[in-house]
Design a protein around this ligand. Sequence first.
Ligand SMILES: [Zn+2]
Length: 222
Amino acid sequence: MSIFTRVKEQLTARQVAESYGLKVGRNGMACCPFHDDHHPSMKIDTNYYCFSCGAKGDVIAYVAQMYGLSQYEAAQKLNSDFQLGIESGNEDTYQPNPTLMKQMKERERIIRIRERFEKWCNQTIEALKECVQIMSEVHISTIGKASDEIFSLEDYATIVHVEPRINYWLDILCLSELDEKQQVFMQDRGEVERIVKELNSAGNRILEQSRRDSGYANEHCG
Ligand SMILES: [Zn+2]
């Protein structure tokens, strides 16, 4: 007997869903975790069925869909989470339903996009923070310099020009709602990358120059 059959003999979708945190009403209805559901549209017992988005399947499909796993991985997860003690090895006898496979693939795709987005957000926040650090060092390095001396620097002009955009993106990625962050990801990704690069090279050139200048001044004072 396969791991799939044995898992299904021992667990119902409802049992598993509830223990993974789904609130199920006394009538067996729950808010569907597979779409943005505000009123319970999912009937869940041995199997589950959502009247709104059409998600459906058995206990294994539920876990596969919930966690973006293959049917076999889902069965193994259940075996281990619920300590069923099933020795696996007969998984090839299970024929997954093609609609379920399609739903699962779609969910896996969404999970991958979300992961890529989150990774991008974290990396971009770090890069933008470094830019803010460079900008503040640049501003400090210009203290005491005559304004015509500063504004003649092309690199300094670049920094003044991109600074508001850097701050704007950083505010959105750190503080705004998800949809605004996603909009930056969808629309401004390339530009963020370009401007971060531009600022890094302009900033580093200014800072190097200013280090050289102060080295020169120190030599001639000491
Ligand atoms: Zn649904």
